[in-house]
Design a binder for this molecule. Sequence first.
Ligand SMILES: NC(=O)c1ccc[n+]([C@@H]2O[C@H](COP(=O)([O-])OP(=O)(O)OC[C@H]3O[C@@H](n4cnc5c(N)ncnc54)[C@H](O)[C@@H]3O)[C@@H](O)[C@H]2O)c1
Length: 298
Amino acid sequence: MALFDAFRYDGKRVLVVGGATGMGAAAAELAQEGGAEVVVMDRAPVTLEGATAIELNLAERGSIERAVSACGGRVHAVFSCAGVDEGTPGIERINFVGHRYLVEQLLANDQIPRGSAICFISSTAGMGWERNFELLSEVLDIHDYDEAAQWMVDHGQASYMGTKQAICAYVARECMRFLKRGIRINAICPGPTDTPLARANPEAWLGTGSDYRGELGIEASQPMEQAFPLVFLCSDAASAITGITLVSDAGWGSSALTGAFPPAEMMGKLLFGRISIEEFMEQVGDLSAFAPSSGAEA
Ligand SMILES: NC(=O)c1ccc[n+]([C@@H]2O[C@H](COP(=O)([O-])OP(=O)(O)OC[C@H]3O[C@@H](n4cnc5c(N)ncnc54)[C@H](O)[C@@H]3O)[C@@H](O)[C@H]2O)c1
């Protein structure tokens, strides 16, 4: 075996949850090209030739249980990609509780063997999770699907930011438990990426950070540019990496936090949990003032 083969997926079975379009579809295509047998779960039709498609609605517990049993067998990598926009009914179940339930079902059935890896898609909107960790820890202790979903609603976390922070908290807090079983778990936190989700609400998603990208002469990411780190993190090449939230935002967050790009500094500090919403409002006045470089949606 050549050293570079550690990046490949030959002989591996890969599950992409939410792989019909966007970043999940790109990850499915890339893993397949890397040698994987690919299973895609989604509520939308799956077009990737050669992939096994399984219908799934993450907002319904029974649908998750049926999908896990239809998948059967073992999976060596799980990409938890599906996600919906702010205001979508059931966002707490689709973006976090359902994904976690699916992964925990696979674990309970011994369908994820040692040496496997899981990678979620969170968001730069989830990077302030440490500030909210004590609260989010409560939901990490609730394993029942309906109870956890209700907790998210009751505690004001049934939002895009709340669900993305919950993913980051889950990955960080649970990585040791997973590694006891020989499994790694990570997340990526993309910035604005040109996908159907973003195009459905382009001002909020692709308008975000446009001033930053304009100064650099770069575009929003393509889905495949997010699939590359996803597929790397679940490959054997990333065997030393677990429990991390990898920021794939073309440097917006770092430039904002350090003041290298001053227009985004306050929003960066808010999203990355350096200041509270109250402190932000005190200094900035309102959220809309920073809309073009906010990063709040992505
Ligand atoms: N596009 C961006 O700018 C951006 C930035 C940061 C994070 N994200 C996150 O990236 C992930 C992928 O999104 P995308 O931008 O590729 O969008 P997308 O809409 O192309 O992909 C999302 C996929 O999730 C599926 N899905 C939605 N609801 C579902 C449900 N109830 N059950 C099962 N599947 C469901 C969709 O059918 C779709 O295939 C999401 O978690 C999103 O929050 C997106």
